[in-house]
Design a protein around this ligand. Structure first.
Ligand code: ATP
Length: 288
């Protein structure tokens, strides 16, 4: 038997870092929403009692470094599952892009194996298990729109943003999340107003969502990588309503309300950037 599950990417509407904790993790406050750009995960029962990863994407590890592998391993060990599984990962989300691709694959694997292995776990239980794998996995178990606090594992649900287009552009550079955090000086950066974003979402106000987006890591990554700054400026110049870097980068996204303008921005970006996507927000959470 094989089952297929979608693993959608997320963008950060806000990303704030409050402090560095004694355990070395950063205390964060992030408002995230899932978008219609998804990997496709196939889970097949196999005779051998092992976990196999199959992916055509050369940037995706095919061993225990893969977050989907780790998700299967945690479930297998916790619930003493004696069955093996082959996990096929059809990548559509760019890798190491600030879009939580690996975390979403792990979350989809948890949801899918819960069904394949008849474990009967709730989404809350899967999200708790997900937190052991990575800080964005809990959010990705539910999807939709939420505030994530702590290391990212404390999730509070929020209304979906008003419908609009999301245009994404990823420069072909790698950004080291560790380097970005190392260069982050919390006293010198702009902190987004999470409460104002929550109010904007509750009021369903597109213009307020646009004016409240913010990412504490953006200025750090922009100063390290001028290519990201260039994409941001061009997206603004071509007419996006609001532009922000997602996660620690390097992907930059723009919010756009009108189809006519979307086409112009897309064509403009494609002139100098290979990886450009125009998608809708998903906004709603996964159901149990
Ligand atoms: P986040 O936004 O959560 O910080 P990201 O979008 O920046 O994540 P990923 O696409 O998850 O980054 O990839 C980061 C690294 O994780 C990759 O370089 C890759 O080696 C590793 N990785 C592990 N599992 C996966 C997976 N299933 N898909 C992609 N990368 C994976």
């Amino acid at each position: 038997m094989t089952i297929f599950i979608k693993a959608p990417a997320k963008i950060n509407l806000t990303l704030d870092v409050l402090n560095k904790r004694n355990d070395g993790y950063h205390e964060v406050e992030m408002i995230m929403t899932t978008i219609d750009l998804s990997d496709r995960i196939g889970l097949s029962e196999i005779n051998e009692n092992e976990i196999r990863i199959i992916s055509q994407n050369r940037f995706v590890p095919d061993d225990q470094r893969n977050l989907a592998y780790q998700a299967a391993k945690v479930l297998k060990e916790k619930f003493n599952v004696k069955q093996g599984v082959s996990i096929t990962i059809d990548k559509a989300i760019p890798v190491a892009a600030g879009l939580a691709g690996g975390s979403s694959d792990a979350a989809a694997t948890l949801r899918g194996l819960n069904k394949l292995w008849n474990l009967g776990l709730s989404l809350d239980q899967l999200a708790e298990i997900g937190a052991e794998i990575g800080s964005d996995v809990s959010f990705c178990v539910y999807g939709g729109t939420a505030m994530a606090k702590g290391r990212g594992e404390k999730i509070t649900y929020l209304p979906a943003p008003p419908n609009c287009w999301v245009i994404l552009a990823k420069p072909s550079i790698g950004v080291s999340t560790a380097d970005v955090y190392r260069n982050l000086d919390l006293s010198k950066v702009y902190h987004p107003d999470s409460n104002a974003m929550i109010a904007a979402l509750q009021n369903g106000s597109y213009s307020s969502v646009c004016s409240c987006i913010g990412n504490v890591l953006e200025s750090v990554t922009l100063s390290m990588h001028p290519e990201v700054q260039h994409i941001k400026e061009q997206m603004e110049r071509f007419g996006a309503d609001a532009v922000l870097m997602s996660g620690s980068g390097p992907t930059v996204f723009g919010l756009v309300q009108y189809d006519s303008r979307l086409q112009r921005i897309y064509n403009g970006l494609r002139g100098f950037c290979d990886q450009v996507y125009a998608v809708r927000m998903l906004g709603e959470r996964v159901s149990d």
